[in-house]
Design a binder for this molecule. Structure first.
Ligand code: ADP
Ligand code: MG
Length: 771
């Protein structure tokens, strides 16, 4: 076996020129090229619907030539060739220009009426008609390298690759065949162990590549694809299974609690009964904490499901066992709010050792980046001495040199992008890793949970506490002035009735480019909220520029102007606050402003003024996205709502209707009827069920977005796997992986699988470093 053949640089095998053009697609080695899979397959009998092509797209079209004529250009001199191709219904014009007619005769000769070909180029417009100027093309059966190829081309599925300008799909196809042909089965280490190939009747990797790149017929490429999808799922699941196994080998301190401590006292003073779901999940967690294997559990519960009390009870069990608990919030606003909420819920139990404190209780402390140095010093001392049984902060708690006397439990709130890396950071803190509970209000479809959190146990809080009111949601088109005025008078009505309203904007001010940067990098950055591309269906081409963007983790937000488009700027909180202060509807009303660039104290002050009613209208960015709890808030207006993803809107909306008051949420948007953006907004308006929305979200996404940006780079191992479509395969691969790892925890028998796992992890880390 010589795995090095796949690592050979393409220049060595294909020559520098070809290698350079393939380099535009991020393909460097033989292995990269072989894993550059066709996006779809064409057949000479199946034309591309021309009516669906959009101006500006780079496309590859299968069509039939109707006519081609060369004529001189009277005004400019020189000549042009105009050809018309058709899908049988609509037509597309091809134009070529040249100094002399002779050059064009070659095209004319090939572009004979009745012939079928693939044409690739960027769709332009001339006098209201769509055209390709100087397209690259391949005439089926004519442009082939030799007669054999010509026959094959005319009778077999034609792979259509993601291409780039200047690298048409057929050139990629030829390069693939050049590198694939000389490879033997043994040159290709197969990550799928023979037993599993046999079990699922999958071909070896070399054969699977042959099937997808040079299929004899449709069932061949389908079989090859199925095997490659399974391979991706297996690599992923094996990585997670191995991680879980090594986690289970760690030892934590058991925290069984005691019957007469803070937890018992807390339960006795709760103003309402726990819901059935809170009790059940509480028992699961209590049992986990009592074990010596570190808990690694994901708690999902929709907005308002009551996760905080579940977390607090777990923390008290640890405190009762002599340990400490850390609660990590995604933002400083939330950390501060958690401190207030927990202190209020605990009452005298939060003041142990102080006047009026309960001896059974503990002390709470808050540790954030923006607090003054004295407060910070005190907090660090309380964490290190153990005086504080519960330490609340942001993720800085993990990365900084914060010492704990005896950290027994880490609760991570409102985060489902608590990735492998953060889990490792926690683990390496001490010889005895703490128990870990990750909580998220964004319901994660089961398949995503399995894929991204395959090494976590999962609990779901399905039931909500009684007495929560309905929130009605409407989409308001931004270009309808009358409706927009109605929005502001509606806000006024809420305020006059003694309630509060949030006005949410995607940007802080005009200088802000509106991305996750809002909260100083702390903004919850979540798997389901990656860029949603409503790209055109026929775009077979990854433009080199876009690819670079993707790989840098940039990616434009769902509604933001793309590299080519220019749209009006998104609403900015600072300007909107100013505008509202001048609107007649808001006369005499205090308008507050909060965003991530304010200091921690200013944010607290803005929240307090809103909660008290001093400024009953609060203009904000997504700093209020998660967890913020003001029961009087009954209305929310989201400006430029098309900019936000489904789960983000669902989170935002969760801020209202919390105090038993019915809520109204108005999504003001620039989103055309029928666009994907509009479909997302309509989905949010149609239901408040987070799980329904999570599924809808996944359905509306293209490609690998669901797996988060870390997996959507140009070079990555998850090329074909789609979490929703391939749910069954993922579940099967999970079983298989667990079995393999169960028998052979280090996977010593499966070096090719290990190599594939390392590759995958390596890419992730590489990506994160580039961040
Ligand atoms: P989330 O799951 O979104 O974090 P919270 O923990 O903030 O939800 O709970 C939402 C609200 O419901 C809080 O005001 C909390 O005090 C209240 N709550 C939690 N559990 C119950 C319960 N069993 N009965 C009544 N109210 C509850
Ligand atoms: Mg919460």
């Amino acid at each position: 076996m010589s795995p090095s053949r796949l690592d050979e640089p393409l220049g060595k095998v294909l020559g520098t020129r070809t290698a350079q053009s393939l380099g535009k697609l991020g393909l460097e080695t033989v292995g990269d090229l072989l894993r550059h899979y066709p996006r779809r397959y064409g057949s000479p009998g199946e034309m591309t619907p021309i009516a669906e092509l959009k101006v500006g797209e780079h496309v590859t079209v299968m069509a039939q030539v109707r006519s081609a004529t060369v004529r001189p250009m009277r005004n400019r001199g020189g000549a042009m060739l105009e050809a018309v191709v058709t899908d049988g219904r609509d037509s597309l014009r091809l134009t070529f220009f040249a100094k002399r007619q002779g050059v064009l005769r070659m095209h004319e000769d090939k572009l004979r009426a009745g012939r079928t070909g693939l044409f690739t180029g960027t769709v332009g417009e001339y006098r209201g008609e769509r055209q390709l100027t100087h397209p690259d093309y391949l005439i089926v059966g004519v442009d082939a390298a030799d007669a054999d190829e010509a026959v094959l081309e005319a009778s077999r599925p034609i792979p259509i690759y993601p291409a780039a300008a200047g690298v048409p799909t057929w050139r990629i196809g030829r390069s693939v065949r050049t590198v694939l042909d000389p490879l033997a089965e043994d040159d290709v280490p197969d990550p799928v162990p023979p037993v599993l190939r046999e079990k699922h009747a999958h071909p070896g990797l070399r054969e699977a590549w042959r099937q997808v790149h040079v299929p004899e017929n449709d069932s061949e490429w389908r079989a090859g694809r199925a095997r490659l999808i399974y391979e991706e799922a297996l690599v992923l699941q094996a990585a997670l299974a191995r991680r879980r196994a090594s986690h289970d080998a760690l030892k934590a301190t058991a925290r069984p609690g005691r019957g007469d401590g803070a937890l018992a006292a807390f339960d006795a003073q709760l103003p309402w009964p726990l819901t059935g779901a809170q009790v059940a999940v509480g028992e699961e967690i209590a049992a986990d904490l009592a074990r010596e294997t570190p808990m690694l559990r994901l708690l999902q519960g929709d907005v308002g499901a009551g996760k905080t009390v579940v977390a607090l009870r777990a923390m008290l069990q640890v405190v009762d066992s002599g340990g400490q608990a850390a609660l990590l919030a995604p933002t400083e606003v939330l950390a501060a709010q958690h401190l207030r909420t927990l202190e209020a819920m605990l009452g005298s139990l939060a003041h142990a050792g102080r006047l009026g404190g309960d001896a059974n209780g503990t002390r709470l402390t808050l540790l954030t980046g923006s607090q003054g140095s004295r407060a910070r010093k005190q907090a660090l001392a309380d964490a290190a001495s153990g005086a504080a049984g519960i330490v609340i902060g942001t993720h800085a708690l993990l990365s900084e040199t914060v010492q704990f006397a005896d950290l027994g439990l880490v609760v991570v709130d409102e985060q489902h992008r608590f990735g492998v890396e953060q889990r490792d950071a926690l683990r390496s803190r001490s010889e005895h890793p703490p128990h870990t509970l990750v909580m998220t209000a964004t319901p994660i479809p089961r398949t995503v949970a399995m894929t991204v959190f395959g090494d976590l146990e999962t609990s779901v809080l399905a039931e909500r506490p009684a007495g929560r009111a309905e929130v009605v949601t409407h989409v308001v088109p931004a270009d309808n002035r009358a409706w927009l005025e109605r929005v502001w008078s509606r806000v006024r009505e809420e305020v006059d009735a003694g309630r509060r309203a949030y006005i949410v904007c995607p940007r802080i001010d005009e200088a802000d480019t509106a991305d996750a940067a809002d909260d100083g990098g702390e903004a919850p950055d979540d798997v389901l909220d990656g860029a949603v591309h409503d790209g055109p269906v026929h775009d077979d081409t990854v433009q080199a520029g876009e690819l670079a963007l993707d790989m840098a983790g940039g990616g434009s937000g769902p509604g933001s102007a793309g590299p080519r488009g220019t749209k009006p700027p998104l609403a900015a909180a600072t300007q909107v606050a100013q505008m509202l202060r001048e609107r007649p509807e808001m006369a005499g009303i205090g308008i507050g402003l909060i965003h991530g660039r304010l200091s921690g104290d200013d944010k607290d002050a803005a929240m307090a003024a809103f909660a008290s009613g001093e400024t009953p209208v609060l203009v904000s960015t997504t700093v209020i996205e998660v967890g913020v709890d003001v029961p009087e808030a009954s209305a929310m207006v989201v400006l430029d709502a098309q900019h936000f993803g489904i789960s983000q809107l669902h989170q935002l909306r969760g801020r209202i209707g919390r105090g038993g008051l019915p809520g109204v949420c108005l999504l003001v948007a620039r989103a055309e009827e029928g666009s994907v953006a509009r479909e997302r907004l309509d989905a949010v308006a149609a239901t408040t069920d987070g799980f329904v929305l999570a599924d809808k979200d996944v359905e509306l996404r293209r490609e690998g977005d669901v797996l988060g940006s870390a997996q959507s780079g140009g070079r990555n191992s998850l090329r074909l796997l789609r979490v929703v479509r391939d749910a069954k395969v993922i579940a099967t691969a999970r079983e298989d992986a667990r079995e393999l790892v169960g028998e052979d925890p280090e996977l010593a028998e499966h070096p090719a699988l290990v190599a594939a796992i390392e590759d995958w992890l390596g890419e992730r880390e590489e990506f994160l470093e580039r961040g």
